[in-house]
Ligand binder design. Structure first.
Ligand SMILES: NC(=O)c1ccc[n+]([C@@H]2O[C@H](COP(=O)([O-])OP(=O)(O)OC[C@H]3O[C@@H](n4cnc5c(N)ncnc54)[C@H](OP(=O)(O)O)[C@@H]3O)[C@@H](O)[C@H]2O)c1
Length: 326
């Protein structure tokens, strides 16, 4: 491995344009190449992030011998195929969230990575956010007592367009996969796999889910209320409640700049400065794992990526939202 972790970016869309410059700015990392369906677009992103090579196809990108990891930055409906393309070319992968459309696809990709002994991680950057990690530690310490419930939401308006990837089922459209995967993962971090899942929601004209509300139940009485919407926005975020207090997440649940811990002695606010878009911790975790020879991040375990998709599969089935890949 070279001194610097050499990244290839697969896809030159919105998230690639946000994360690419942060990779380039992160010490010990560089964007070595960008691949897109169109060479002009690949070149333009490559120029913006100082990458020396640009390719007009994904196949050329993954064949580049001088890459340590490929960042899969296409739409969710394509993550499975593009992650497999990179893994089969012998490349480690960071796969944007949601890792894939369903648990079956995730199992296939992860089995391929494990078979080939290649690093693989979901870009679930919330899980490497130091304050989200701190919130889990505080909850586990007993400071807010026995945990009772988790409440979490992520909603953001995407104007309806049947061809937009958030609404087009062939690209993996749907609020649950675009947004709900964050509050679902948040609930999972505190409570793990639910014993029961109840879902209600509203569908868009394409049949994708536009708004979702899930209730996760646990045999011991705990519960999680999880919601998301691509049709509108709201100020809800994340909250964990216990018998002696609560922890609330400040700002969006996936990008918390602060948390408030309320216990019997009052409120304590813990803050952090978010650098850029806040992707630095995720980039650093991938680089750390690659340097250490770890094939999986302990902060973003692959089995949990699969398990959370299993729950989302069940929720989608309850709403009647189906992808061709299901
Ligand atoms: N981590 C985060 O905070 C965050 C934020 C936003 C989005 N995301 C995730 O990032 C992924 C990409 O989202 P985005 O906002 O970057 O989407 P986008 O701007 O629509 O870009 C998607 C990319 O997919 C590629 N693509 C390949 N085949 C395509 C097809 N048939 N139709 C449309 N696109 C196709 C395109 O790559 P080419 O450049 O090769 O044409 C396009 O640039 C999604 O999985 C999303 O959930 C994550």
């Amino acid at each position: 491995m070279a001194d610097s972790i050499r990244w290839g970016i697969l896809g030159a869309g919105g998230i690639a344009a946000l994360v690419g410059p942060e990779i380039a700015a992160e010490p010990g990392n560089e964007v070595a190449a960008v691949g897109a369906r169109d060479l002009g677009r690949a070149t333009s992103l490559a120029n913006a992030v100082g990458a020396p090579r640009a390719y007009g196809s994904y196949a050329e990108l993954v064949a580049d011998p001088d890459l340590d990891v490929v960042y899969i930055a296409t739409a969710q409906g394509q993550h499975h195929d593009h992650a497999l393309l990179a893994l089969r070319a012998g490349k480690a992968v960071l796969v944007e969230k949601p890792f894939s459309l369903n648990a079956r696809q995730a199992r296939e990709v992860i089995a391929q990575a494990r078979r080939r002994q290649l690093f693989c991680m979901e870009g679930m950057w919330m899980r490497v956010n130091p304050l989200i990690i701190r919130a889990q530690e505080i909850a586990a310490s007993g400071r807010i007592g026995d945990l009772i419930s988790v409440h979490a939401d992520l909603s953001r308006r995407f104007d309806f367009d049947p061809k937009d990837r958030v609404y087009d089922l062939s690209l993996g459209g749907g609020a649950l996969l675009e947004l709900g995967v964050y509050p679902a993962t948040f609930a999972w971090l505190f409570f793990g796999r639910p014993d029961t899942v109840q879902t209600i929601g509203a569908l868009s004209p394409t049949g994708s889910d536009a708004s979702d509300a899930m209730q996760w139940g646990y045999r011991d009485g705990r519960f999680a209320q999880i919601s998301c919407s691509a049709a509108g926005t709201n100020p809800l975020t994340g909250l964990v409640a216990g018998t002696k207090g609560w922890i609330s997440i400040g700002g969006r649940v996936h990008r918390a700049p602060f948390i408030i811990v309320h216990d019997e002695s009052g409120d304590e606010e813990l803050r952090q400065t978010i650098k850029g878009g806040g992707f630095d911790h995720e980039i650093a975790e991938v680089a750390r794992c690659l340097r250490a020879g770890e094939l999986e991040s302990p902060l973003v375990p692959l089995d949990e990526t699969i398990a959370i998709l299993e729950v989302l599969d069940e929720a989608r089935a309850q709403l009647g939202v189906r992808y061709a890949a299901d």
